[in-house]
Structures are given as structure tokens and as C-alpha cells.
Design a protein around this ligand. Structure first.
Ligand SMILES: Cc1ncc(COP(=O)(O)O)c(C=O)c1O
Length: 397
């Protein structure tokens, strides 16, 4: 007889546990309140303060704060010179924005496969996917673990390409002792509420290169400059400014920046708790033969954003969908990060076939994201582990 869709019995928990949640304390509330009664709601001192704090945190020379991580990727691609007819290589195991930034510029995203153990983009696959048209590589620190930055930088620079590190998951991570943000040509961050540090919405691009910084500033604000040496014409007076290129309104408010600044004060404790949760999950799941544990990258001192549970379907009588539903029946609400970008109908219509990146597609069929966030209690973590054990025990072959 077929086994039922859930492991049955009393659920491990009687309240629902979600895969991510922001942590906002009184210091955050106070920081936002102060801005609300100040002179500036946007384009004020908090924007510059955030940019300075991001530089201090990462060691990058320049930071440009902007409205969200997607805008950050867009202006990074523009600053990299990605334009009509160009190609940009990225991973399919990411949020669509990492590839969409190429489309926004009139370029074509090209998908390189992932390393089957770390799930980050594979430099060998990047190399195979380079062409005369390639202008940039967007490498995503998936789950927070840094991509092989030295290898990718060498690969990019020997081919005249710009390396954009999508650090939406990896604020606080260090690669070989150096913080992400100071290593790639440009690094982007996101401050969406499920990320380690939030501003409600928000983003930033970090770079050490002044020429890229200047382009990023223009792209963020309509292509308008108030920097006299950049003027084409003579200034008309103190109010003068010029639009010298086409940019966007990707500004971030002082309200958001105040929240992000206050959240950054807690980055150390956020990172620590996330690390504890990863260690506990890894310890528990590495003893279960029906599961595959994501390889920890030794060069990466990681602030973890996501925890991926990967099943070995050949050792179970259910597939990922069944496992996901069984977890929900235990009141553990997982998520899946990510559907391979080129599987989305929009990309299908652009002509991307299935089968492009076999490692990425196999991972997608076997994975789900477990709860991980700062305020998850030890009991919550044990509940997740108990639910996983219960489901594996029930459905093992
Ligand atoms: C890997 C990755 N890149 C880019 C983004 C886009 O960031 P945002 O949601 O702030 O636009 C996200 C966030 O969802 C992400 O996870």
C-alpha cells in the first residue's frame, strides 16, 4: 500500500516555523524614529553614514547605497560597461535579479553550471561559457559562502572582464580572511528582510575602483552630476547640475539607511547565531545517509544566509516535493532557493532550453531551505531536526 503524503502522528510542533524572519529591536526603532523627526528623509546624512560604515566593515574604498539589491546589480552591470549585444555569465541557482541585470542592459545572460558540492558557480564552467561578447561575470555567494574569488578574478582579468560578486547572501563573510566587498571588482549587497541585515528594502555596491564608483553614482541618480570637473558646459551658478548620461532613480532613503546602520551594529551577533544553527544542522544531518550536506568552503568564514537541506531521492520513497509537504505537515515551513533562472517562462521564451546546467537542475530537484535566522531558539532548531529525522525514518527505502 502507498504510504500517506505525510509521516503522520502528532506534528513535531503545534506552531508554524518559517524559513526566515527579520530581527528588529528597540535600538532599530529609535534609529528610524530619529530620522523621521529630522530634516532629511532621503539624500541626507544617513546615506553617507551607511556608505562609510560599509567601507569600514569591508575595507572597500567606495560604497554606493541604493534602493535594493536588484538596483545594485543593474548599476554594477552598467558600470561594468555591459551593453546591447554583450554577454554576462552567471549561475542559474540564484534569484532572477542576478541574470536580469544583463537583460536590463540589453545583454544576454549566459548560465554556467555550479559546483555540485558547494553549489557556487564553477570557474571551469564559467571559462567554458566565455565568448568574444562576454563583458562581465556575476558570481553569487550562494547561502553566504564566498565564491572562489581569486580564481574568478584571475579568470576575469586575463580575459578583460569585470567580476561582479553578488553578495546578497554574504554580508559579513570573509574569504581567506578578507571581507567580501573588498575583493571583487564590484560587490553588491541586498537589505531585504530575509537577509542577515535589513532596511526593509535596500542595496549597495562596493568597489575599490574610482572610475567604477563615479559611474555607479551617475547610474544611481538619473545620470546627473553636481561634480564640476565632469560638466560638459560652463556652470550657470550654484544650482547648476548636468545630466551627462542616462541613469535611474535608485536612491535609498535616510529612513532605510538608519535601520541598516543600526542593524549592522548587530552583525557580529547575527553571524554568530547563524553559525551555531548551521553547525547544529550539519552535525545532525551528516549522520543521516539519506541526506547530502552542503560542503563548507574552508576559505570562507561564512555569515550564513540560507541553510540547504538536500535529499538523496534514490534512498527515499518520496521526492523533494513530498519531503517539503511532509515538513509543512510538521509545521516547519521551508522554501526552495532557487528554481534555475532559465526554467522561468520568460527565459524559456528567450530560447533557453532545459538541460543547460545539469548540476544546477539536479540540485533544484533535491533541495529545500530550512529555517535559519537570528531569533530561532535552540528548541526551534531541535524541532526542525526532529521533523527531518521523523520524515527520513518513515520514508527511507
Ligand atoms: C542572490 C540574490 N541576488 C539579488 C537579489 C536581489 O535583491 P533585492 O531583493 O534587494 O532586490 C537577491 C534577493 O532576493 C538575491 O538573493
Amino acid at each position: 500500500m502507498e504510504k500517506p503524503a505525510i509521516a503522520g502522528g502528532t506534528p513535531v510542533r503545534d506552531t508554524k516555523l518559517y524559513y526566515g524572519h527579520q530581527f528588529v529591536d528597540q535600538a532599530d526603532v529609535k534609529a528610524v524614529e530619529e530620522v523621521l523627526t529630522s530634516d532629511y528623509l532621503t539624500c541626507g546624512p544617513k546615506v553617507e553614514a551607511l556608505e562609510q560604515k560599509l567601507c569600514a566593515l569591508t575595507g572597500a574604498a567606495y560604497a554606493v547605497a541604493c534602493s535594493n539589491g536588484t538596483a545594485a546589480l543593474h548599476i554594477a552591470a552598467m558600470a561594468a560597461g555591459v551593453g546591447a549585444g554583450d554577454e554576462l555569465v552567471t549561475t542559474p541557482i540564484t534569484f532572477a535579479a542576478s541574470a536580469n541585470c544583463a537583460l536590463y542592459c540589453g545583454a544576454r545572460p549566459v548560465f554556467a553550471d555550479i559546483n555540485p558540492n558547494t553549489y557556487n558557480i564553477s570557474p571551469e564552467s564559467v571559462r567554458k561559457n566565455l565568448s568574444e561578447k562576454t563583458k562581465a561575470v556575476v558570481a553569487v555567494d550562494f547561502t553566504g559562502q564566498a565564491v572562489p574569488l581569486e580564481e574568478l578574478l584571475e579568470l576575469c582579468h586575463e580575459n578583460g572582464l569585470v567580476l561582479i560578486e553578488d553578495g546578497a547572501h554574504s554580508i559579513g563573510t570573509k574569504y581567506k580572511g578578507r571581507p567580501v566587498g573588498s575583493i571583487a571588482d564590484m560587490t553588491t549587497f541586498s537589505f531585504h528582510p530575509v537577509k542577515t541585515v535589513t532596511g526593509g528594502e535596500g542595496g549597495a555596491v562596493l568597489t575599490n575602483r574610482k572610475n567604477l564608483y563615479e559611474k555607479l553614482l551617475l547610474c544611481r541618480s538619473h545620470g546627473i552630476t553636481k561634480d564640476a570637473p565632469q560638466y560638459v558646459h560652463e556652470s550657470h551658478g550654484p544650482w547648476y547640475h548636468e545630466q551627462i548620461d542616462l541613469g535611474y532613480n535608485y536612491r535609498i532613503t535616510d529612513i532605510q539607511c538608519a535601520l541598516i546602520l543600526s542593524q549592522l551594529d548587530k552583525l557580529g551577533q547575527f553571524a554568530e547565531r547563524r553559525r551555531e544553527i548551521v553547525n547544529r544542522y550539519n552535525e545532525a544531518f551528516s549522520q543521516i545517509p539519506q541526506l547530502f550536506v552542503q560542503q563548507e568552503i574552508p576559505e570562507s568564514d561564512t555569515t550564513r544566509h540560507l541553510y540547504i537541506l538536500r535529499i538523496k531521492p534514490e534512498l527515499l520513497t518520496i521526492d523533494r516535493k513530498g519531503f517539503f509537504e511532509a515538513m509543512a505537515a510538521e509545521n516547519i515551513c521551508c522554501n526552495v532557493h532557487y528554481i534555475p533562472v532559465y526554467w522561468h517562462p520568460y527565459y524559456e521564451r528567450l530560447g533557453y532550453p532545459k538541460g543547460l546546467c545539469p548540476n544546477a537542475e539536479k540540485l533544484y530537484m533535491e533541495m529545500m531551505s530550512l529555517p535559519i535566522y537570528y531569533s530561532l531558539t535552540d528548541q526551534d532548531v531541535e524541532d526542525v531536526i526532529m521533523a527531518v529525522r521523523k520524515i527520513v525514518a518513515y520514508y527511507q527505502k
